[in-house]
Design a binder for this molecule. Sequence first.
Ligand code: FMN
Length: 186
Amino acid sequence: MSVRILALVGSLRSGSHNRQLAEAAVKHAPEGVEIVLHEGLGDLPFYNEDVDVEGSVPAEAARLREVAGGADAFLLFSPEYNGTIPAVLKNAIDWLSRPYGAGALSGKPVAVIGTAFGQYGGVWAQDEARKAAGIAGATVLEDVKLSIPNSVVRFAEAHPADDAEVTGQLVEVLGKVSAAAAPSAA
Ligand SMILES: Cc1cc2nc3c(=O)[nH]c(=O)nc-3n(C[C@H](O)[C@H](O)[C@H](O)COP(=O)(O)O)c2cc1C
């Protein structure tokens, strides 16, 4: 039985280097690990408790929850916007944090990695994503870290999937996430 890891990307732009990182994870996933790259976070309405009631949950939020419910673990890819987590990723975490105490992240392993233009690779944003996911009930893998700096320069010519150093680091991350997820997938 394979471990299913849901990848959520905190950038909507078509040329996103974080999205490319997620694509590299899909491509280099080890045997027995399936990475599902979630599409549609740009169509997810802002979280609103008024509509988060039975019969009124927006379709895209319901779909995200359903897909997340079938995942064994999560890998979040976050750039950094103005020193913190992009709204698109925070919004997804907010939807997955409810129903309170029983959201799709509850008790499941979550790792956060990413790349940003700055010299620290978006560590502030990735730390914030870990904090939010933990408060949302996830089991955050605090020791799984990968923050790749200078994204715009580093990936200007080469896709991350073709960067041997990056793919090696990604495979290591995937190994740790799948190991953490394995007990629940068994
Ligand atoms: C609104 C905005 C704010 C940004 N703020 C930061 C920042 O605080 N730190 C940083 O390292 N890069 C910052 N950047 C640059 C992003 O890291 C860079 O555009 C990155 O490539 C975005 O990720 P993506 O390629 O996945 O879209 C910012 C970019 C935008 C558009």
